[in-house]
Design a binder for this molecule. Structure first.
Ligand SMILES: *Cc1c(COP(=O)(O)O)cnc(C)c1O
Length: 405
């Protein structure tokens, strides 16, 4: 068991002390968004109070201070994922926009009849952008299947590459099953076929140490709001040689070198991909979220969350009719389940009445639901501030609701 002082950590999250329906809030929807510590909220407040000014433009002091805050976060992100250079860190609105950026820009190199490989457990944001590419080019999505435990079938994967395969785009951790996919090994295999790889790390960066150079990922996408940061900020990491050859994603201010009506040149990396005024307040605050994670240590966070997962799984499994989706030994702090034939929505609503916030439905992964033969599930997901008492109260609540039917 980890020796984190969870009481002290919780003190940094005032929202965790609120009540729902007269019951203490038990927030177990962290895979949808994690709560933000006071330091992040204070930073937003501070920027608005002290140095709100547009970035990268003004010579005046406020603008320089705002720019410094934004660029400090870029360096923190670089260090967090061990990218070689801050030029390879593009700020986006989130994982979704990061993947759309690659789909829109990198697909310039695709031809009719090209293949993209994804997995059956992708979030819609790693499916639909590739389908939008199909408006212009007839690219074909190939889907890596999974076994009954919710693990990718690597033998099938090995046989999926053809001369027309242009990209492997897969999640590192499933937001529904919790499965941690062996992405390092899969990247190696893709590279042996000369195929670049995009990793959707939305559920990985908040919960584990990520080193994009050790993984040898070509693109890596994640969101600030799932790692204790503000909403509206995300990151696309890309290897310099890919980002340099890719055309801009959007046009506007900030991303240009020189503009005339005859010809416009584009700014250098990373600004080429950051058209318009960015969410500089959110980006500044994201830096504080990274500081928060570093102050605890990502390995300590992972260890605590793993202990919570084990405790929750053991407790839930004692409930008659319990079905847990995703039983890989290599699993992040996410539990999707159904009990008997209780509808996921009814379970979620009744848990809410007991103060327990969980997610219900398809979790933006309808093809995965289809593959599992269900319409939706109930999902509990953990963060560093969750406690064993909360896990016990959650298990008791599920048990109580189950007995009502
Ligand atoms: C949440 C999530 C996304 C989308 O992230 P946004 O912040 O909504 O853009 C993509 N993939 C996975 C695995 C996710 O969990």
């Amino acid at each position: 068991m980890s020796d984190l002082d969870i009481t002290e950590i919780r003190r940094q999250f005032p929202i965790l002390s609120r009540e729902v329906d007269g019951k203490p809030l038990i927030y177990l929807d962290n895979a949808a968004t994690a709560q933000t510590p006071q330091s992040v909220v204070d930073c937003i407040d501070n920027v608005y109070h002290s140095c709100k000014a547009n970035v990268h433009r003004g010579v005046h002091t406020l603008s320089q201070e705002a720019t410094d805050l934004m660029e400090q976060t870029r360096e923190k992100v670089r260090a967090l994922i061990n990218a070689e250079s801050t030029d390879e860190i593009i700020f986006t609105r989130g994982t979704t926009e990061a993947i759309n950026l690659v789909a829109s820009s990198f697909s310039d190199t695709f031809f009719h009849g090209d293949d993209i490989i994804v997995t059956v457990m992708e979030h819609h944001s790693n499916i639909v952008p590739w389908q939008l590419v199909q408006r212009h080019k007839r690219v074909i999505l190939h889907v890596i299947p999974m076994n009954p435990k919710g693990e990718l079938m690597l033998d099938e994967f090995n046989d999926m590459f053809t001369d027309n395969t242009r990209l492997l785009s897969i999640c590192q951790v499933s937001n529904v099953l919790g499965t941690v996919n062996p992405v390092k090994e899969m990247i190696k295999i893709a590279h042996s076929h000369g195929v670049p790889v995009l990793i959707d790390g939305a559920q990985a960066v908040p919960h584990s140490h990520i080193d994009v150079r050790d993984l040898d990922a070509d693109f890596y996408a994640f969101s600030a709001h799932k790692m204790y940061g503000p909403s509206g900020v995300g990151v696309l990491y890309g290897k310099r040689r890919f980002l340099e050859m890719m055309p801009p994603y959007q046009g506007g201010g900030e991303m240009i070198g020189h503009v005339s009506f005859e010809k416009t040149t584009f700014a250098d990396l990373p600004f080429k991909f950051e058209a318009g005024t960015p969410d500089f307040v959110g980006i500044a605050a994201f830096g504080k979220a990274i500081d928060f994670v570093n102050s605890i240590g990502i390995d300590n966070i992972a260890a605590h969350e793993h202990d919570l997962l084990v405790a929750a799984t053991d407790g839930l499994m004692k409930i008659p009719g319990m079905r847990i989706f995703g039983n890989s030994p290599s699993k992040g702090a996410v539990i999707s389940f159904l009990v008997g034939d209780i509808h996921h929505y009814d379970m979620g609503m009744l848990l809410d009445k007991l103060g327990v916030a969980v997610r219900t439905g398809h979790h933006c992964a309808q093809p995965l639901m289809t593959a599992m033969g269900v319409e939706g599930t109930v999902r509990a997901s953990f963060a560093v501030y969750n406690t064993f008492e909360e896990v016990q109260a959650f298990v008791d609540a599920v048990s109580r609701v189950s007995q009502m039917f």
